[in-house]
Unconditional design. Sequence first.
Length: 289
Amino acid sequence: MKITQYIKVMLCAAIVTLPLLGPSHIFAAEGTTQNAVDSVKEAISNLVSAKDEKKSTEAPLRIDTLKKAVSLATDEAKDLRLKLLALDDLSGDYKLWKEAKASSSKKMVDALEGFEKEILIIEKSDLDIDEQVKVLGKKIKEWREYVYLPFATEVQDYFFVIEEDKTIETTKSRYEKIRLDIVKLEKNKKKVNDLKNLLAKANESIDESVLLNKQAKELFEYAYFPKKDVEILSIETSSTTQATIQEHVEENVAPPKSIRDLVKDSSNKVRDSYKIFIEMSGLVRRLPK
C-alpha cells in the first residue's frame, strides 16, 4: 500500500473514532443520572407536599412511590461506591481522598437501606400511614439535599476530570501517529504544508484542552482537599482565583466556571482537534498518487 493510501486509511480511522472520544458519553450519562435524581426529588417532594385527601386509596401508591425513589437512590449510591472501590492506583492526597469517600459511600448505602426498613415498618403500621410517609419523605428529601448530593457531586467531579485526562492522552497518541505519517509523506516529496498547518492548529486545541482540564483538577483539589494541602495550587493560581471571585462579587457578573464547566470546555477543545483531523483527511484524499 502506498504511503498516501496508508495516511488516508489512518485519518479515516480518526473520523470513525471521533464520536467515541471525549467525555461526551460521560456527560450523556450525567444527563441520565440527573434525570434519575430529578425523578427521585420530584417523587419525594410530591409525597411531602401531598394533600390529605383520599388517604385510604392513595396511601399504598405513595408507599410504592417512596419505595421506588429509595431503590433508585440506592442503586445510584452503590454504583458510585463500586467506582470508588475500583480505584487502586492512587497515591498521596488522592489516596486519602478515595479512602474517605469510600467510607462515606458505605454510610450512604447503609442510610438508604435504613430508609427501606422504615418503609416496611410503615406498611405494617396501624397508625396514620399517609402522615408517616410524609414525615419519612421529608427526612429522605433533606438527607439527599444536605448529605448525599454534595457527596455524589464530589465523586462525579473526580471521575469527570480523570476520564478527560484519558481522553486527552488518547488524542495525543492519535496526533503523534498523524504527525509521523505526515513526515513520511514529506519524505516522499508530497506537498504537506497545508497538512502541517492544520496539524499545528490541532495541537493548539489539544494544548488548550490540557490546560483547561488542569484547571479543573486544581479546582477539584482546592474545593475538596484539606486546606493544608492547597500548596498543590501555585501561589499565583490561588491569588488569581481569589481575585477573580472578588471581582465577580463586586461587579455582579457570572461566577467562575465550575469543575464540570472546565472539563466540558476541555472536551470541546478535544473535539475541535478531531474536526481538524477530519479536514486533514479531505486534503489527503486530494493528494496526487
